[in-house]
Design a protein around this ligand. Sequence first.
Ligand code: HEC
Length: 228
Amino acid sequence: MLKMTKNIIKITAILGFAAISLSSCSKENPPLVYFPDMYYPVAYDPLMKAEDAYSTHENEIPAFVKNNGATGLGPVNGTVVHDKDGVADVAANDRMTPDQYNAGYDESKTITASPLNPANQAADIERGKGLYDKTCAACHGTGGDGQGPIVVCGAYSGVPKFADREITVGSVHYVLTNGRNAMGSYAGQLTPGDRWRVAMYVMSAFKGGIAPAAPAVASASVTTSPQK
Ligand code: HEC
């Protein structure tokens, strides 16, 4: 009997609590929401006025307030203007005609040594490897076989095996600078020196050395020619 009374008290308590909780869900008396940003996302469209999504409250984020509420902000202080005077070189492939591009490409094939100091070759190739793995391997594969992850997963195709291409350190540098067909220019991502370093790495890791695979005769004659 005592047990039953206890149970009745328990059930009454639970029902009572539920009734109180539910009754607080009225429109006049909305429930308290903790961390409202988690329930009502505050997503800003570019240039819209920044308003709090869940109230009529004006947004108080100082950067927006200073900007009359607009979310499109100017560049951060100290930002370096890329081309204030409007004289930057446009990407070489934008200003070249196909004939000019092809002439430059053919000419670049005859370049079999990078202009970097040969004394630093090992370090240059090492740096080239690091950059290659980060910048190129997604398409070309770490083994240079054209089977990078985005090719293997089927998102991209047409990436050649370096072994199948007749390339020199000069032509790789040229392609990195100017792009080639489906491959864009990497002039914006790699400094001129680093473009040579990556090219040196490509030649040394995938083409059997810094000298080109095909016109090897030319470089051989250079190394064997008598010293003057
Ligand atoms: C988005 C994928 C992609 C990335 C990233 C990429 N490439 Fe390529 N690459 C291609 C494609 C596609 C081609 C084939 C272009 C053609 O000849 O039609 C190519 C061609 C080449 C060739 C052969 C050009 C020739 O003369 O035949 C070289 C060398 C090369 N890439 C080097 C690089 C290097 C070095 C990097 C990194 C800085 C790089 N690529 C990054 C897609 C890519």
